[in-house]
Design a protein around this ligand. Structure first.
Ligand code: FES
Ligand SMILES: [Fe+2]
Length: 313
């Protein structure tokens, strides 16, 4: 167990590294994720590209003074150019490129305005496709609002929250814990379907909270009841001990009347407040490998067994 109280390395998977709008053509975005410095840019076809930021020549940081032009990223130190596959294609003061010079390059996809990069500790190719987000093609759903949180724990501990039904009442003061109709782990996917009553000024309203996730870094939570909403939750390892969580909220017809707009605002605020209530617990707890559980808490162990497939050395 490391100093933070859990024994896990970074998991493999697809992880959000940027929003598409943060990667305009001919610009270089720098981010610190996956335990290293990254640069993200677009090749000539507009595809997002993600490399480790350090030049294969003498190690300069491409994001500190580097540039993008003609479908290549150019190092600020001696001007070597790399294409979107990370291959050196030009040395300004040599007759040809160095065939051995490669930037570590992470496969990328874009879904619903999110750029995701594939991380595998042994650099193996992607094992699954990222799910589609149909709401983002549905004109009834409003543009998403983005919330980001940097949290001092690992991804597995954060994800366990969704399988810990009892904490919703104690930490988040949910008046009544929802009824989990189905908790399913299937290959790289996980599904939790819950019927839930939401309080309102007109009394409790029947609704649902349904979560579908694929891999450790991506899940969509769909809320129905007082208001229909989709919450895309992305988790990205900054390093082994720190995680960035991004929530992208999209509400269906939030402005159709004043009451709906008010409920929509309160809903977004409450989900944001709830992660604020979880964070201090996550940041100070210790991972318990053989926990003493109540009989209803089997899904926590099922989740942990499912998660093991995302670790490899
Ligand atoms: S360190 Fe990048 S070109 Fe020399
Ligand atoms: Fe929680």
């Amino acid at each position: 167990m490391n100093s933070k109280g859990f024994p896990f390395p970074m998991p493999l998977g697809w992880f959000k590294v940027a929003l598409s709008a943060e990667v305009p053509p001919d610009q270089l975005l720098t981010r610190h994720y996956l335990g290293t410095e990254l640069v993200i840019w677009r090749d000539e076809d507009g595809h997002a590209v993600c490399h480790e930021a350090y030049c294969a020549h003498l190690g300069a940081h491409l994001g500190v003074g580097g540039s993008v032009s003609n479908g290549c990223v150019h190092c600020p130190f001696h001007g070597w150019a790399y294409d979107g596959t990370g291959r050196n294609v030009e040395i300004p003061y040599a007759d040809g490129p160095n065939a051995r010079a490669h930037l570590r390059t992470f496969p990328t996809v874009e879904r619903g305005g999110i750029v995701l990069a594939w991380y595998h500790p042994r650099r193996e190719p992607p094992l699954w496709d990222v799910m589609d987000i149909p709401e983002y093609d549905d004109p009834e759903y409003a543009d998403y609002e983005v919330f980001e949180y940097t949290i001092g724990t690992c991804m597995q501990e954060i994800g366990e929250n969704g399988f810990d039904q009892a904490h919703f009442e104690f930490v988040h003061s949910h008046p009544k814990v929802g009824t989990a109709e189905q908790v399913r782990f299937d290959g790289y996917d996980r599904v939790v379907l819950t019927s839930q009553q939401f309080p309102s000024s007109k009394g409790p309203v029947d609704g649902r909270i349904d979560v579908v996730g694929r891999g450790p870094g991506f899940a969509i939570t769909r809320y129905q009841g007082l208001i229909d909403a989709s919450l895309v939750g992305c988790s990205t390892p900054i390093d082994e001990e720190t995680t960035q969580v991004t929530f992208l909220f999209s509400l269906r017809n939030p402005d159709r009347d004043e009451r709906t707009a008010r409920i929509a605002r309160a809903f977004v605020d409450s989900v944001s407040r709830e992660i604020g209530q979880d964070i201090p617990i996550w940041e100070h707890k210790r991972y318990t490998p053989t926990p003493a559980l109540a009989s209803s808490e089997k899904p926590i162990m099922d989740y942990r067994r499912w998660y093991e497939q995302f670790y490899c050395s």
